[in-house]
Design a protein around this ligand. Structure first.
Ligand code: ADP
Length: 350
């Protein structure tokens, strides 16, 4: 049975609640339902999410409003993709008996906190965030000079702080956003009195996995190897990966440190990585052969997730129920924080 009755809340942490046996702290992290998650999401974040479930009080959010910041013109798929994302999480090992799995838009208190934070956050500070400028440059064909897109990291700060999270497991691309979250907490505490913890970022050993084109793998860049790709798709994508652009002929020595294929060896076949680097530097192995050696190690990571998703696809109502229950639990906690926030600000509460 999954449900609030199973979750034994025992200890108070500055007004928040910690789950029994999860005394190391409170974890929040989120993922956008903006396309199928990829192997970078798994290596950079999901693997840690699964590990932390036993020692922390974990809340994992499908951040559907965040998906609208870039996908506002065509939001029709976001609902379906939210359910699909939950299935992938479950297939990767997130366990609703251990963690709270919730949908951001089902907890409107996130929006209230976002609004209150936006009152004191400076516009130039948000415009200076390097990932903001980078995404404006990299994502083509969409107008992202919007209020919502600039506010993306403010909403993220609200997602994290509304649960008084102490730890946030994310990929390296989120470092600037987490820095802002800490600043928001400090500013709030200074202006209105101590309420929020200063959260720590938690990285995996592979906090940035490159995409098939060598840029960071990202759903918004269309360079991903997704966690539900078929065997044939994986083969094609691995075979078409870019390599060191200066290695033109088979006899040219290569530079593994700039080659995404080498990064994949480190991530998916670490026992082969050193030999691969040596053979690349000394032109002992061609890039095509090198890529072929990667196909099976990538399949080995994707196959169990794809098969797990196929099983969950037979039970969409159960997945919806898990998200509904998790969102209700999360909402209770979020409401408690928002009540405290209003008190700190001195707002009149009818
Ligand atoms: P995307 O950038 O593909 O849209 P999200 O923004 O939904 O992915 O990120 C979900 C989580 O996955 C975040 O913690 C993010 O840091 C992590 N992540 C995303 N891309 C990568 C990557 N290429 N390597 C490692 N971690 C990543």
């Amino acid at each position: 049975m999954i449900g609030p009755a199973n979750l034994d809340y025992v200890a108070h942490n500055r007004g928040g609640v910690l789950r029994k046996g999860a005394m190391k702290g409170i974890v929040f992290s989120g993922m956008q339902p903006s396309g199928t998650p990829h192997i970078g999401n798994k290596l950079g974040a999901l693997d840690n999410w699964v590990k932390m479930q036993d020692e922390y009080d974990c809340i994992y959010g499908i951040v559907d409003w965040h998906a609208l910041t870039t996908g506002y013109e065509d939001p029709k798929e976001v609902g379906r993709q939210s359910l699909e994302l939950a299935m992938i999480w479950l297939a990767c090992g997130l366990d609703p008996q251990k963690s709270t799995l919730m949908l951001q838009s089902a907890v409107p208190e996130h929006a209230e906190l976002h609004l209150l934070f936006s009152m004191f956050l400076s516009l130039p500070r948000l415009e200076r965030i390097p990932t903001y400028k980078e995404k404006l440059r990299e994502i083509e064909g969409r107008n992202l000079t919007t209020y919502g897109f600039l506010g993306y990291p403010v909403l993220q700060a609200a997602d994290i702080l509304i649960y008084k999270s102490t730890h946030v497991p994310v990929g390296k691309d989120q470092d600037y956003h987490l820095e802002l979250t800490r600043e928001v907490a400090e500013q709030f505490n200074r202006l209105y009195g101590q309420l929020f913890p200063i959260t720590q970022t938690v990285h995996t050993v592979f906090p940035v996995l490159p995409g098939t084109d060598g840029r960071k793998m990202s759903k918004s860049y269309g360079n991903t190897s997704s966690l539900t790709d078929s065997e044939d798709m994986i083969k094609d994508k691995v075979r078409n990966m870019v390599t060191d652009p200066q290695r033109i002929k088979r006899t040219d020595p290569g530079r593994p440190e700039v080659c995404p294929v080498y990064a994949y060896y480190q991530a998916f076949a670490p026992q082969e990585a050193e030999r691969t680097a040596h053979e690349c530097r000394n032109a002992l192995r061609g890039c095509v052969e090198c890529k072929l050696g990667l196909v099976e190690p990538v399949q080995a990571v994707v196959r169990p997730v794809r098969e797990g998703v196929e099983t969950w696809q037979q039970q969409p109502d159960e997945v919806a129920r898990i998200l509904h229950t998790g969102s209700q639990q999360a909402r209770g906690r979020a409401q408690q924080t928002v009540t405290e926030v209003r008190e700190h600000l001195g707002l009149w509460q009818p």
